[in-house]
Every structure is written in C-alpha cells, then in structure tokens.
Design a protein around this ligand. Structure first.
Ligand SMILES: CC(C)(COP(=O)(O)OP(=O)(O)OC[C@H]1O[C@@H](n2cnc3c(N)ncnc32)[C@H](O)[C@@H]1OP(=O)(O)O)[C@@H](O)C(=O)NCCC(=O)NCCS
Length: 269
C-alpha cells in the first residue's frame, strides 16, 4: 500500500473507532450529529474540548464557509466555542488558512501514534499494578485526571459524575485503568477497543509520582489487553507540547500523522 493511501486509511479507521467510542458514551450524555461534510461531537453538560469538536470536515472549497457557519451556529447554541479538527482527511486542503481567516487559533497539535499487534511486547513490572477501575475507585481516578490535565474547578463535578456513570454503566469495550504503586493510586488511562482499532486516552500520572515508570507500565498493560481482545492496532494522541512522545516511542509506538484542533474563542470578540 502506498504511504499517503495508508495514512488516509488509518485516519478513517481511527475516526470510525472514535465515533463508536462517543456512541458507547450515550448514557453519559455523549452525542454526535452528522451534518454531511462534518461530524459534530458534543456533550451538553460538560463543555470540555475533549467532548465538543467537529471532525471529518470534508467540503468543496465553495461550500466550506457555509459549513463552518453551520458548525459555529451549532456550538453557539450549546454555549461552547467551536473547535475544528484537521487531519489528513480534511477537505478542502486549505482548511487551515480558511480557519485562520475566520479568527480561529490552533489550540492543540498532536502526533497520532500507533502500535501494531505484531510489535514485541514489553514486560510489565510486578511491583506496579494497573487494572480496570472499580466503582469505589472513581474518586481516585477523577482526582488524578483533574490534577494532571489542569481541569478548571467549574468542570470537576460534572466530570466526576461522568466518570462514575462511565464506570458503572460501562460498555465492555471501554476499560478505565487505575495504576497503583505500593497500593496508592498514582496513574490512570482508558482504552476503547473498537472493531479493529483500540484508542488509548487520558494517560496520566499523579504529579509527584512521575518518572518512576507508572505510565510506561500502565500503557503496556492496557495495550497487551487490547491485543488480547483482538485489536489490530492501538492509537493515541500525543501532544506536541507534552513530554509523553518519547515514552510512547520507547514502548514501540510510531507517529503516523498530525491532528490539530483549531478553536474560535467567541469571548474575545
Ligand atoms: C506523560 C506522563 C503520563 C508520563 O508519566 P510517568 O509515569 O512519569 O511516565 P514514566 O515514568 O513511565 O516514563 C517517563 C520517564 O520515566 C522513565 N522511567 C521509566 N521507568 C523508570 C524507572 N523505573 N525509574 C526511573 N525512571 C523511569 C522513562 O524512561 C521516561 O523517561 P523521561 O522522563 O526521560 O521521559 C506524565 O508526565 C503526565 O501525567 N503528564 C500530564 C498528562 C499528559 O500529558 N498525559 C499524556 C497524554 S498523551
């Protein structure tokens, strides 16, 4: 398969898996709307960027302004800033400069990294445990999530309720992990195992417990479990600004394409 073609196929597979992931969170309030030329992910009670964004943008150059206008109207009704994802699938090709012209700014840029099931698996350490979260551990999971991702105070309550219901009403394809070190909860991650691909999200280690192999160990265990569940590959988004890419590379992940998010901050207008 030629390089460009394989990236496009990979990107399609990842977007399909992400759509299944959002659908799996229906009970928790996650929704998407396919408006033709874009898929809009949203969650009415949690305005966080991780749940509210437009992806799969595909438009002829002549129709893109109308499409962006529709996306902006949609998120304005939800009272959240519009966020547009750019991947190698996005059309028109000059989407980025169109967004900049409308006042959007790049709010994040990530490497999409993958590891195939044929990759040699790293041994996990026996003194560190990472296992799916049980109901009683939701507070520990939320507290690590909030501190590692700097969640604003106003969002913390809604997110904790979200994780609680995600754990209790869990779809068996979604596994939320908690890592412990000497029995203390120190790391988190979640993996969604779709039809072919598995997506790894929210990997974080409690500040103060970093650089001790917690995330390395949790990711290896989650990846191994995904392959046991027949996933062909595992993908993740590693922020260009963060320090995680080196760790993922050492685990056998490689970067395949860039995913950028552009946001329009309406409050500054
Ligand atoms: C990125 C993040 C998850 C890494 O967690 P971590 O538990 O510190 O990661 P690890 O300890 O497994 O690996 C990180 C480093 O420790 C080293 N390391 C691994 N095992 C080790 C051990 N037993 N002793 C000492 N160092 C070790 C690794 O080689 C790596 O080296 P580096 O610091 O030079 O990069 C953490 O910094 C974090 O929570 N960041 C904020 C949230 C975030 O950005 N998440 C990533 C989303 S993609």
């Amino acid at each position: 398969m030629r390089g460009r073609q394989s990236v496009v196929q990979l990107c399609r597979e990842i977007e399909r898996t992400e759509r299944d992931l959002i659908l799996s969170g229906k009970k928790q309030g996650l929704r998407f709307r396919d408006i033709g030329g874009a898929v809009l992910f949203f969650c009415r009670h949690i305005p966080a960027g991780m749940f509210n964004y437009a992806t799969g943008i595909s438009s002829k150059p002549a129709g893109v302004n109308e499409l962006l206008g529709n996306i902006e109207d949609f998120y304005a009704r939800l009272n959240v800033p519009p966020r547009v994802v750019i991947t190698p699938l996005s059309r028109p090709r000059d989407l980025r400069s169109r967004l900049l012209k409308r006042g959007y700014k790049e709010s994040s840029k990530s490497d999409v990294m993958i590891i195939g099931s044929e990759a040699r698996q790293r041994k996990t350490r026996s003194d560190m445990k990472a296992r799916p979260v049980l109901g009683g551990q939701v507070e520990a999971f939320s507290s690590i999530f909030n501190s590692a991702f700097n969640i604003p105070l106003g969002l913390k309550g809604a997110l904790t309720r979200f994780w609680r219901s995600a754990v209790f009403d869990s779809d068996r394809r979604l596994r939320i992990y908690l890592a412990t070190l000497d029995r203390e909860p120190v790391g988190i991650g979640l993996i969604f195992v779709g039809e072919r691909a598995a997506g790894l999200y929210c990997v974080a280690t409690k500040p103060g417990c970093r650089h001790r192999g917690v995330a390395t160990n949790l990711v290896s265990q989650a990846v191994q479990n995904a392959f046991t569940s027949k996933a062909k590959f595992v993908y993740l988004y590693a922020s260009r600004g963060g320090n995680a890419r080196k760790m993922y590379r050492s685990l056998g992940f490689s970067s395949k394409y860039v995913r950028s998010v552009y946001s329009l901050d309406l409050s500054t207008e």
